[in-house]
Design a protein around this ligand. Structure first.
Ligand SMILES: [Fe+2]
Length: 181
């Protein structure tokens, strides 16, 4: 397996399954790049991530090279969460629907959120792991908020309600979901 910045036993099986699936490339997607003003935060966030040990530095470099090719958009329904949230976050698919590699067994995407915001509670059947590239806190189920830090992982079992929030620092994270059989 590729070198990893962190380990999280609960997520190991999921990560193995995703790596195995991605070893067989899917088709190339025809993505029309889109950007939103909050994406202006990416270079500074990625600069700090690039100072981390090699796995995170390489991940930051990969995100920096991919970011201009992606369609960055607010989450569907974000307008109901208020103007600050609508303007202050964006998501982009790398793998999966609307991504550079459109496939239906693995979804990999990126979430960006400015300081002082809360991402709404959400849930989805696929099991998920987040890789944090910046600040931000995560909550799932009845557990307390946790701050994984740069290189930290967050694992969400299938269907669990979860959310993110930011205080003084932005959040940048990659999410990987297994939607295959
Ligand atoms: Fe999620």
């Amino acid at each position: 397996m590729t070198e990893r910045a962190a380990s999280l036993p609960a997520a190991d099986a999921l990560i193995r399954r995703i790596f195995q699936a991605l070893a067989k490339p899917g088709p190339s997607g025809d993505v029309a790049p889109e950007t939103v003003p909050v994406c202006d935060m990416l270079p500074e966030i990625l600069f700090y991530a690039s100072l981390e040990p090699p796995p995170m530095a390489r991940l930051a470099a990969s995100v920096a090279s991919l970011a201009p090719r992606l369609a960055w958009r607010p989450r569907p329904g974000a307008e109901k969460e208020g103007a600050a949230f609508l303007a202050g976050h964006a998501n982009a698919y790398v793998v999966g629907p609307g991504g550079l590699e459109p496939r239906d067994d693995v979804f990999v995407g990126i979430s960006l959120m400015a300081p002082g915001l809360r991402y709404p509670d959400h849930d989805h059947p696929p099991e998920e792991v987040y890789i944090s590239l910046a600040g931000g806190e995560w909550k799932k189920g009845d557990e307390d908020w946790q701050a994984p830090g740069i290189g930290g992982l967050v694992h969400n079992p299938p269907g669990i309600v979860h959310a993110m929030r930011t205080k003084d620092e932005p959040l940048l994270a990659i999410w990987c979901l297994w939607a295959g059989s």
